[in-house]
Design a protein around this ligand. Structure first.
Ligand SMILES: Cc1ncc(COP(=O)(O)O)c(C=O)c1O
Length: 374
């Protein structure tokens, strides 16, 4: 038996990690500005996080959702408090794609309509429904027919209204900031227009905060920059610092019907212990504020280079667009400077560092980038 070879891999084998640092099997240390794809929020192996999961495993590791688990309600309350959504509800699952699947399904249940509006350059996951609203034909099955989807342009409110006016749209799904598609930040005015238009036409507004949520952009959710409140919010990655989890936050306008949604692993004890530790650490250590401050520091101190076209994003969700191919730059950063970064497309690298990144650690990256670009 071998592994099904569908991912490209870094030539690195991590064996331990702490904060923003990773060590490989040869003892080499790396600085992590990728966060395992925006997942590591409170830093690798945070002692409080490790203790919470370990202690939970000693008490009870798993039982299905057929019994009461007060940790789920505690998590819902803490997320509600962090995001200012006290009267909302939480549905727990295991990943970002699954969160979006359930949000799409809820919008169809709620409206009785079947078309979804998504945006060019979107990424919402790889399962059937989530990939159908993802603007990348290369990763779609040739036979996905599970949603009627129309792709509109980001920041084109008129284009969206023209589609909504046809009257058959169940939901509009949009990322707080587009991640995989290249750190594209929708304008606040566009987000406000989307909110008004979806309300006007009786369509559900779904905010995918899977990558941009949990404090990464300097607000708990990226859409809060625009001062709007959507109808559904999906979250995952940073929520439990690497323990698989996903959540759909559901506004009070939705009616819960027994059996309409379900899950085996969602809301399990270990995921709850992990997510509760994460949300406490984010609050106690002021990580939302830190993400904004260190992100602004990176923007401000980015070396001047003709090879850099632009830096985009908010907080610690940043994209550095080059005037040339990103691959050799990223490889030099990894194999010569021992710094992990992500990419988007062919000319951008993405910085999705743990939210505990310090300015000193950011400075190590900035110096390395300057040297690599020179
Ligand atoms: C915005 C967004 N939504 C959904 C997903 C899918 O999440 P998962 O890989 O946990 O299914 C991702 C993953 O990168 C994402 O960035």
């Amino acid at each position: 038996m071998n592994l099904f070879d569908v991912y490209s891999l870094f030539d690195v084998t991590p064996v331990r990690a702490k904060g923003c640092h990773i060590w490989d099997d040869k003892g080499q240390e790396y600085l992590d500005l990728y966060g395992g794809h925006a997942v590591i929020s409170v830093g690798h192996c945070h002692p409080k996080y490790v203790a919470a999961i370990t202690e939970q495993l000693r008490k009870i590791g798993f039982y299905s959702n057929s019994v009461k688990n007060p940790m789920q309600l505690e998590l819902a309350r803490k997320i509600g408090e962090a995001a200012g959504l006290d009267d909302w509800s939480l549905f727990l699952i295991n990943s970002g794609a699954e969160a979006n699947e359930n949000a799409l399904k809820l919008s169809c249940f709620h409206t009785g309509k079947d078309r979804i509006i998504a945006f060019h350059k979107s990424f919402h996951g790889r399962t059937s429904g989530a990939v159908a609203v993802t603007d990348n034909p290369k990763i779609q099955s040739p036979f996905d027919t599970c949603h009627k989807v129309t792709f509109c342009n980001l920041d084109d409110a008129e284009g969206v209204e023209a589609e909504l006016a046809k009257g058959d749209v169940a939901g509009v799904i949009i990322e707080g900031i587009q991640g995989v598609g290249g750190i594209n930040v929708p304008s606040d005015a566009f987000m406000q227009a989307l909110r008004d238009l979806t309300a006007k036409y009786g369509t559900v507004l779904i905010l995918d905060e899977v990558q941009s949520g949990c404090g990464r952009t300097g607000k708990f959710f990226a859409h809060q920059w625009a001062g709007i409140t959507p109808d559904l919010i999906t979250m995952a990655k940073g929520m439990a610092n690497g323990f698989p989890i996903g959540g759909v936050l559901v506004s009070p306008m939705f009616k819960a019907v027994k059996g309409m949604l379900g899950t085996t692993f969602g809301g399990n004890y270990l995921a709850m212990a992990a997510a509760l530790a994460v949300i406490d650490i984010i609050k106690e250590e002021g990580l939302v504020k830190n993400a904004l401050e260190v992100g602004d520091f990176i923007k401000e101190k980015l070396p001047a280079s003709p090879k850099i076209k632009e830096i985009r994003g908010r907080g610690l969700m940043l994209g550095v667009e080059l005037n040339e191919s990103v691959k050799p730059v990223r490889e030099k950063l990894l194999y010569e400077k021992h710094i992990f970064t992500g990419v988007a497309g062919t000319s951008m690298f993405r910085l999705l560092a743990p939210l505990v990144l310090t300015k000193d650690e950011a400075s190590i990256f900035l110096k390395a980038l300057k040297e690599v670009l020179a």
